[in-house]
Ligand binder design. Structure first.
Ligand code: CP
Length: 314
């Protein structure tokens, strides 16, 4: 593995998840592998888990880590051939060339702007970095994917599942803000590559792209969808038909204990940050069936495994 951007570049996602769990269980000291190497973290958006877990992971592997908050750096241009006489001060190809001379690995977080669906779904910023950087890139949430979150989620499911084909439900939840599709897309993509039985439930207007829905069942009735589910991943994403808008805030979609009980006490999952009593009730989030903190813990192990693998590949 030379980059960690899109799981479709990997040969076998199931093996990757298993190996990451094995690596976690070894708890081995790998502090030599990254010695003398530098990771640069470029963040265009806010973060708690991704920022901290990636930095700790890289440092535990012996790397130096430099963080750049892109809101305090130059505005980056990604379009080719643009006359840069307006807002943007530096082209991605120049930034990428310079950063590749300083860093051994670059991690980048750049969310969807939720204004132009075609532009967001081209994943232009991370793809441009990949094109112009000469060092490995790690996706720390791009416009349409959040693969480190998904690796942590798949590890969590595997660690808590008695079956090789658990029933996994992705259930839309209300939220006052328009959120990107990256977590939902990535979760569906990884669950498909892991061969899980996946049911998706959401209100009208929130249909996810066919590429990410491939192999999955859509059930508009949330209670039917979660019947006998082993894992219920609750997540908001903004509208797709009216791209990037909030069309629905109906609290009947919030996850509560009664629904979980009907679902045969399936495990509650969420990537965090979570809006309590909007997305899910306190009772659900704080219940023993909640795996939310396990997922967050696995973010560190997932990041460490991926950075180690990239460093080993030289
Ligand atoms: N789940 C996740 O990516 O959290 P942060 O946005 O806090 O990094």
């Amino acid at each position: 593995m030379n980059n960690f951007i899109n799981p479709r570049y990997f040969i076998d996602v199931n093996s990757l998840v298993k190996e990451a769990i094995e690596f976690k269980s070894q708890g081995s000291n790998n502090s030599e592998i990254g010695r003398g190497k530098t990771m640069v973290l470029l963040f265009f958006n806010a973060s708690l888990r991704t920022r901290i877990s990636t930095q700790i992971a890289a440092e535990q592997l012996g790397m130096n880590v430099l963080f750049l908050d892109m809101s305090s750096s130059w505005n980056i241009e990604t379009e080719e051939g643009t006359i840069m006489n307006f807002d943007t001060a530096e082209h991605i190809k120049d930034a990428a060339a310079v950063l590749s001379m300083y860093a051994d690995i670059i991690g980048v977080r750049a969310f969807a702007k939720l204004e132009d669906k075609a532009l967001d779904y081209s994943d232009h910023l991370i793809n441009a970095l990949h094109k112009y950087c000469t060092v490995p890139i790690i996706n720390l949430e791009s416009s349409i994917r959040h693969p480190l979150q998904s690796l942590a989620d798949m590890m969590t499911i595997k660690e808590h599942s008695g079956s090789t084909k658990p029933k996994v439900v992705l259930s839309w939840a209300p939220h006052p803000k328009a959120l990107p599709h990256a977590v939902a897309n990535s979760f569906l993509e990884w669950a498909q590559l892991c061969n899980y039985k996946v049911v998706v439930t959401h209100p009208e207007g929130y249909e996810l792209e066919a590429d990410f829905m491939e192999g999955h069942i859509l059930e508009p009735d949330q209670e039917k969808a979660i019947e006998n589910a082993d894992f219920i991943y609750v997540k908001n994403w903004s509208a797709t038909s009216n791209y990037g808008k909030v069309l629905n805030q109906d609290e009947k979609w919030m996850m509560n204990k009664a629904k979980l009980q009907k679902a045969n006490n399936g495990h509650f999952m969420h990537c965090m940050p979570v809006r309590r009593n909007v997305v899910a009730t306190d009772e659900v989030i704080d219940s023993p069936d909640s795996l939310m903190h396990n997922q967050a813990k696995n973010r560190l192990h997932a990041a460490k495994y991926i950075i180690k693998t990239i460093l080993e590949n030289g």
